[in-house]
Design a protein around this ligand. Sequence first.
Ligand SMILES: NC(=O)c1ccc[n+]([C@@H]2O[C@H](COP(=O)([O-])OP(=O)(O)OC[C@H]3O[C@@H](n4cnc5c(N)ncnc54)[C@H](O)[C@@H]3O)[C@@H](O)[C@H]2O)c1
Length: 351
Amino acid sequence: MNTSMSHVVDVIAGDGIGQEVTPAAVRCIDVLAVRHGFDVTWRDRPWGSDYFRKHGRMMPVDGIEQLSDGDAIFLGAVGTPDIPDVETLWGLLIPIRREFLQYINLRPVRVLPGVTSPLRADKQVDLVIVRENVEGEYSEVGGRLYRGLPEEMAVQESVFTRAGISRAAAYAVDLARSRSGRLTSATKSNGIIHTMPFWDEVVAVIAGGAGVEVDKELIDALAARVVLRPESLDVIVASNLFGDILSDLAGAVAGSIGVAPSANLNPPKDHPSMFEPVHGSAPDIAGKGVANPVGQMWAGAMMLEHLGQASAAADLTAAFETVLASGTRTRDLGGTATTEEFTSAVVAALA
Ligand SMILES: NC(=O)c1ccc[n+]([C@@H]2O[C@H](COP(=O)([O-])OP(=O)(O)OC[C@H]3O[C@@H](n4cnc5c(N)ncnc54)[C@H](O)[C@@H]3O)[C@@H](O)[C@H]2O)c1
């Protein structure tokens, strides 16, 4: 990991609006680099669905190796209607997450200025979801039998390891300690009788004596609580599947999928971490220049923080919050600004 003022970042803009929001965020980071006196070398990786159409794969055979000496990966989105999601996801995103042991998926959720939550105005939403990112329900263990026959069947195994749960819980405990000291663990130990009681046990061991207040809540009740009492939540730790669903729900509660960021972290920094918006390639609006770049910019701020550029990160979040508060918004937030207009306003706010 490079700890100097020079950073090498691989950019995979990918598909659809990834091609629009990624350059917008890169533009802001370039402005910040000049202002804060650091240097970013962007390595453009033209991987994704077009690459798949030409080469039959989402990235080169040695793609992981090419990324391995970078400091971070900045991803837009992948996915296109004419290629099965299983190819786009398992051909790029999931291998990167797993090969680089990005075992934490971090998703902050906050109602930004100028963004209207579908909840009542008096509800505070400011929470972080720590999702286990490399095992659990999204395992590769399983298979299909008797394809095409009436007896056809599918088996999908969940894989939970003590090491995997422990490191996710430890990360969440540290984060909770740096915030309000409250941690909620998502479980389903009443219905899923092997893996979830194990999850609960390991989380309890890691959190025991760590000075945080831990509550565990069944995922169904927790989903309702995100909507009804989001102010009672701060840091949530969840398995891969529960964290995935909960973070989209929480993102919706915060007003728009277009503003939500996520970080796929390898906390020991043995490998590059990857930063991306929560949203996908949005084929319905791709190419129209109207995508909201805030999710990508916020992901960029998380990346700057990870690279040790905390004050640049803070400047970037402050800049897009100022622009949103001033009333400049993209269509998904009820405004009329194009991606370009919104980005120029952020660049102006940075200057
Ligand atoms: N990490 C990823 O790369 C990722 C994540 C989710 C979905 N996908 C893929 O993206 C493709 C489309 O998926 P989807 O339609 O379910 O989800 P999506 O997030 O792409 O779009 C859902 C809806 O939200 C809107 N939206 C999303 N981001 C927006 C933004 N920045 N500004 C304005 N509006 C925005 C879209 O227009 C659409 O109506 C699929 O192929 C899917 O697999 C990829």
